[in-house]
Ligand binder design. Structure first.
Ligand code: FHN
Length: 402
């Protein structure tokens, strides 16, 4: 959770069609065509060091790659299937090369793994519209394959975190999830595991969740920023475009939108797992790397207000949000046309100074239990500004101001 910012990577032979990974199988892309794309998958421009350096220079501290998505294709040489990278003309261990590059550049290596596999005959569902479970399937054998492959992944690549997905279909049960959780912690004690081993999760839903029912170490809001939560850790997974896998000319977020998304996740006391979709030739397209570089540029100046911080004490609003660390509260200003800022005063502490991070002092008056800040006409940063309140006591004990 101190790392706050990671790269999510959705990639595979499907990029040859530019459609959505997994979901377009048998729909936008005919089943036989989709399942034979691996024969053409040859990303000769793939360079693990380049991908990891893009993440590092963006200010990301960990990388999570789709080892196997819902289409069942494996991006590593697996003993337990023929449907893997060694069956392609490329024949390189993508996961192995990324794990090595992560070690080299001090970035944590993490692995995404789908618990559903519509391509595997042992899995009772195939996303083909049929309501009936496949009577030829063998779920026990399928779960054994999962365990064997996860042992292979943990043993060969020593991941820092496992990001599960695809647990929502009826063949998968919470019992299986709980069993797999203890099996994996038995393999590697300090392995971090997301909460998609069990049905209880926030994901894309707006429903209240019961954290006591969750199977996993943290919650995973999807395509939205999680709610401010100081009790249960969470990490939002969000696309830089609209699609998870690469899509030609996909509509990408602006640099301001990308950074405000990161700042708002940290202000909610959560992490951002920001998704890129590399191209079929192995490169991450320049449009995406330029956006990531702009995020890195901002974080090189203001990273102290994001990494190793706690969300709050102020709840996020349209105008601002807050993070805190040691005796400092960082107020993140999203608008750069406001001449003053009014905040409820903090109980039990004194604001010693108020100033822009790496910038000038800001005049502050206390009036009727409120802090009134006079803001200059031009704020220092065009994307997002950080007002630092230096306190006379640690900020961590401050209660939340809703
Ligand atoms: O179906 C997947 C989707 O393709 C993508 O992998 C996201 C990432 O969090 N998870 C699922 C949708 O919840």
């Amino acid at each position: 959770m101190d790392k706050r910012f990671g790269m999510f990577i959705h990639w595979g032979p499907v990029t040859l069609r530019g459609t959505e990974i997994g979901w377009s199988r048998g729909h936008q892309v005919a089943l036989s065509d989709y399942d034979n794309l691996y024969k053409e998958f040859n990303p000769v421009l793939f360079d693990a060091d380049t991908w990891v350096k893009v993440a590092r220079d963006a200010g990301m501290k960990y990388i999570t790659i789709t080892s196997k998505h819902h289409d069942g294709f494996c991006l590593w040489p697996s003993e337990f299937t023929e449907y893997d990278i060694m069956a392609t003309p490329f024949k390189k261990d993508v996961l192995g090369e990324l794990a090595k590059a992560c070690e080299k550049y001090n970035i944590r290596f993490c692995i995404y793994y789908s618990l559903l596999d519509w391509h595997d005959p042992d899995y009772p569902m195939h996303n083909d519209g049929s309501k009936e479970l496949d009577s030829q399937a063998n779920m026990d054998k399928f779960v054994l394959t999962i365990k064997n492959q996860l042992k292979e992944l943990v043993t060969n690549y020593d991941p820092y975190m496992l990001w599960f997905d695809g647990q929502w279909e009826s063949p998968w049960t919470d019992e299986m999830g709980a069993d797999l959780y203890s099996y994996l912690k038995g393999l590697k004690k300090d392995l971090i595991i997301n909460n998609r081993l069990g049905k209880e999760m926030t994901a894309i839903h707006d429903k209240e969740v019961d954290y006591t029912k969750m199977i996993g170490d943290y919650d995973t809001p999807e395509q939205k920023i999680g709610k401010l939560n100081l009790d249960f850790p969470w990490e939002s997974c969000i696309t830089i475009g609209n699609q998870w896998a690469w899509k030609p000319n996909d509509k990408l977020k602006s640099a301001k939108e990308c950074l405000h998304t990161l700042i708002r996740t940290a202000s909610g006391n959560g992490n951002l797992l920001f998704n890129v979709g590399p191209m079929p030739d192995g490169r991450i397209e320049q449009r995406q790397t330029e956006l990531l570089d702009q995020m890195g540029h901002w974080l090189r100046s203001y990273g102290e207000s994001i990494y190793e911080t706690t969300g709050g004490p102020y709840s996020p609003t349209h105008e601002y949000s807050a993070t805190r660390k040691d005796n400092k509260v960082f107020i993140h200003l999203f608008q750069n046309n406001q001449s003053e800022l009014v905040l409820p005063s903090l109980k039990g502490v004194t604001v010693l100074t108020a100033s822009f991070m790496n910038g000038s002092d800001v005049k502050m008056k206390i009036h009727e239990g409120k802090y009134n800040f006079t803001l200059p006409h031009h704020l220092p940063d065009s994307i997002s500004n950080v007002l630092v309140l230096q306190l006379d006591k640690p900020a961590r004990d401050l209660s939340l101001i809703r």
